[in-house]
Ligand binder design. Structure first.
Ligand code: SF4
Length: 457
């Protein structure tokens, strides 16, 4: 996802932030952009500046960044390329000797990019790599977040992780878990509401780890959500990934407030207890299934998305079948399936029982098949319902919005200019479901009027 800031910044040298990976990176890109805009790159700099905020969750993510650098430099050899983000922290070697990477600024130094750029353009830089031990990073930058549309904003509440799951490289890229205080976050949400935003997505690397120790007694995720509901007028809140055991009864109770969007994303990774143990996850198959049924009892129409890894080292055919059958019999809406990817520095890479790549792909496609049937069924259940949507993006022929329960909705027919510009929710009656190719998650919808709309998954 790229963000061109030439026009906005009036800065002499156009710069672009290229964001890879997760919502936390989207948030960080907003902060990098604000910092560079504030610093106004030196007037004499005419070449364009590209900042790549990279991802390292899979080996492919790092390769994608290298491809992007080569593409940018072949298009404009004089441009300046700054590589930052998780791949710069854990795969530094991939960029250190890469001619196109002018500066490599790891997550440890991410917020010093303006100063580093200034020194670079003054020819003061001897070593292009800026990196230190990420586990020494205590601070967490507030005030970031790219407003992805005029109605919705991502807000980072926490960064880093203390779990060290055996397949995951993120703690080495982002350091130990640290959180913004409830006080700061309430102020930030009120500021976004004053700007007219209708939805805030609370995001982080491991939001279940949220902990505010700035007050006498430690406060946790439930306290944050409760306080935001009490002390702000934001119409919609959405949480990003939770682990099954992090969905406590108290947190689920807070969904009684209609401002909490009935949408859950659970990073379960597997539904087989033995595999979960080898992944160093803190829950069992029973706890996974329990979380789904607790959601289903309280919010039967909620949208439940899951992350699942296929072909984790040691996963036998029987264990995979166990996961498959567990998912086939439990209530959820859609799976995000990832074939296991070796990551240097993680424990799982040392496990002897690797699953052949072809077998990982075979298991992944079975899970995706299961998911595409499930999401098509759920999409059909939306027929005849009325949804409150916020508009996300509208182009000449497509007006799209997002419902509270995380369905993308295309509006048929014309909306008045006032409606198009309005930041408030629009009520939409769902009249048809168009299920074309679920695997791509991109569904083409045709539609005419507001009262008769098409819905897509
Ligand atoms: S909880 Fe596990 S998978 Fe998630 S970021 Fe932390 S180490 Fe990675």
């Amino acid at each position: 996802m790229d963000h061109d800031v030439t026009a906005a910044s009036h800065s002499p040298s156009p710069f672009k932030v290229h964001t890879f990976g997760c919502k936390v990176n989207t948030y960080d890109s907003g902060l990098i952009e604000k910092n560079i805009l504030k610093s106004k790159p030196a007037a004499e700099v005419t070449s364009s500046i590209h900042v790549l905020n990279t991802c390292a969750v899979t080996a492919e993510a790092t390769k994608e960044a290298v491809r992007t650098i080569r593409r940018l430099k072949s298009k404009d050899p004089l441009c300046t390329v700054v590589v930052t983000g998780c791949a710069a922290q854990v795969d530094t070697g991939a960029f250190e000797n890469l001619p196109g990477a002018d500066l490599v600024v790891a997550n440890s130094h991410k917020m010093q990019i303006p100063e580093i750029l200034e020194d670079f353009f003054k020819g003061k830089i001897k070593n292009k790599v800026f990196k230190s031990n990420i586990f020494r990073k205590d601070d967490l930058e507030a005030g970031g977040g790219l407003e992805t549309s005029h109605t919705r904003s991502f807000l980072k509440i926490q960064d880093g992780c203390n779990s060290f799951c055996t397949f995951c490289v993120i703690p080495f890229a982002r350091g130990k878990s640290r959180s913004l205080s409830i006080f700061d976050l309430v102020n930030r949400v009120n500021e976004l509401h004053r700007k007219g935003f209708q939805e805030v997505v609370l995001t982080g690397v491991h939001i279940g780890d949220y902990e505010d120790d700035s007050q006498e007694t430690k406060k946790y995720l439930e306290d944050l959500v409760e306080t935001l509901l009490l002390r702000t007028k934001m119409p919609r809140f959405r949480l990003t990934s939770l682990e099954p055991i992090e969905l406590t009864g108290r947190l689920l109770d807070l969904y009684a407030d209609p401002r909490m969007c009935p949408h859950f994303h659970m990073s379960i990774q597997s539904a087989n207890t033995e595999v979960l143990k080898n992944m160093k996850r803190k829950y069992t198959q029973a706890e996974v299934e329990d979380a789904f049924s607790r959601i289903h009892q309280r919010l039967p129409k909620a949208f439940v998305g899951l992350d699942v890894i296929a072909g984790f080292p040691t996963e036998t055919h029987e264990q995979f079948e166990d996961t498959y059958l567990s998912l086939a019999r439990t209530p959820w809406t859609r799976l995000h399936v990832f074939p296991y990817s070796e990551r240097p520095g993680t424990k799982a890479i040392l496990f002897s029982e690797a699953v052949p790549w072809e077998e990982r792909l075979r298991r992944a496609s079975r899970l995706r098949e299961l998911s595409s049937h499930r999401v098509a069924e759920r999409a059909k259940e939306q027929l005849g319902t009325t949804k409150e949507i916020i508009l996300l993006k509208n182009s000449k022929n497509r007006i799209q919005g997002l419902s509270r329960d995380f369905w993308n909705v295309q509006i048929e027919g014309e909306l008045s200019e006032a409606q198009l510009q309005s930041q408030h929710e629009i009520k939409v009656f769902i009249s048809s479901v168009d299920v074309q190719s679920q695997l791509s998650k991109e569904i083409i919808l045709k539609g005419s009027s507001v009262s008769a709309v098409e819905v897509f998954a």
